[in-house]
Design a protein around this ligand. Sequence first.
Ligand code: 5AD
Ligand code: SF4
Length: 512
Amino acid sequence: MIKIGDYEFEVKDFDVDQVDISLDPPAEEPARQYYFIAKVRAILRERFEADVRSGAALSHYGKEKLEDMLTKKVFGTFAVVTFGCQMNEKDSEKLTAVLEQCGLEKTDSEQADLVLYNTCTVRENANQRLYGHLGYVHSLKKKNPNMIIGLCGCMMQEKHVVEKIQKSYRFVDLIFGTHNIFKLAELLSETLCKDTMEVDIWEGTDKIVEDLPAERKYPFKSGVNIMFGCNNFCSYCIVPYVRGRERSREPEEILKEIKNLASQGVIEVMLLGQNVNSYGKTLKEPMTFAELLKEAEKIDGIERIRFMTSHPKDLSDELIQVMKDSKKICRHLHLPMQSGSTRILKAMNRRYTKEQYLALAAKIKEAIPDISLTTDIIVGFPGETEEDFEDTLDVVRKVRFDSAFTFLYSKRTGTPAAAMEDQIPEDVAKARFDRLLAEVQKIAGEVCGRDVHTVQKVLAEEKDAREEGWLTGRLSNNTTVHFPGDISLIGKIVDVYLEESRGFYYTGRLKD
Ligand code: 5AD
Ligand code: SF4
């Protein structure tokens, strides 16, 4: 039960109108944020109603949109623009839920009353993309001065970025980081009441705030955070600096969330963490990731369980066994190798060798022959020689990944690798990247088609983007399938005959 003054509620029954905002805000979370949701909503409603009376709302939104907003009882529009990984996608769902409860309506366009950028800084091009968007949104704000622009996420955990924004992007209204996204409502209430930029960045946290509002992009599948942060300190990687130390959620909280999702019709969950294989080590009563999976498997209604991301050094035999025995855990393992050279792996602080990676991949494939293995590879790490690169190609050829995300090494300020001598010239790295990509694609094209001419279970996920009357779905091993089907099938697992393999995806038809 959450309590604000005399009002007590369960998350799912929260009624914003019951909150007495004349009281002082509660000190404890999450009650405090529910209080601020009510407060922001009251401020937005008051401003919107004044604009409706003065005619400003009519000229701003136009007649049709305004009527629609009055019917829906919303007081403005918002967009959350997400960069980066599934962790950020999940965070954006949380931000979206708060903004909706504040009385704003979601739009996909940045022409909105509030635009929030959830940023990524894993590679430099993620940063550059943000600056591109900021130029555009600034031009929008010039036409709509009341617009609120917020920045959050990983990039904001970097001091030099925040300093740059404060100096050169003064039109931004709100900045917060990865550790305090749960505070969005409170920060918005501050922002709405002042003219200067609101900046709240935490260096780190050991806090996990549970029971905040949540929103889902898909009704039938959902990400579930099982842990936050990372303790690995791979020498190229900024994540431990921007997402902080590893913290696992209590298993009861995770399982409660999954049960709740199942009761709402979710059939697939993706367990999320930077390094799921070290789940549970920091809990008062330690628990392994494999044990957590076994518990999740017992939950009725959940039919597919996925997880991201595994670190090879922590992948246990227990996990392989649990996957092998499971009917629900999907036949897909994303196992970032980063490099095939033992020397480079050491410089990357990955704590496994080429041979250990190969042995692990072989062991997994032997135990679970129908598994799809995918990976991440970085090309052009400082000191990488042609011989090192050949080792990477060698592993790619031996493991035969279903797909591989290939990245050019990107220098991240503050990481050990940024200070390493022998940074690789761009043209050399790019040439290797192209060779790697060609190899990866050739192999993936051969491997991915192995289920052609069989009937497989497909979760129908959405309307096909290209073919009218078709759907797009996924196999347990994560390969995409396009097939003719009615939208009523979306969210269901159906039997599909895989007619043709097109390299990275199949086309098929529903089994009669
Ligand atoms: N440069 C290039 N790629 C990187 N990754 C992480 N940090 C960097 C970097 N500095 C890649 C890794 C990781 C994926 C999410 O991003 O391959 O697995
Ligand atoms: Fe980007 Fe890493 Fe942050 Fe994900 S955790 S958004 S990949 S920097």
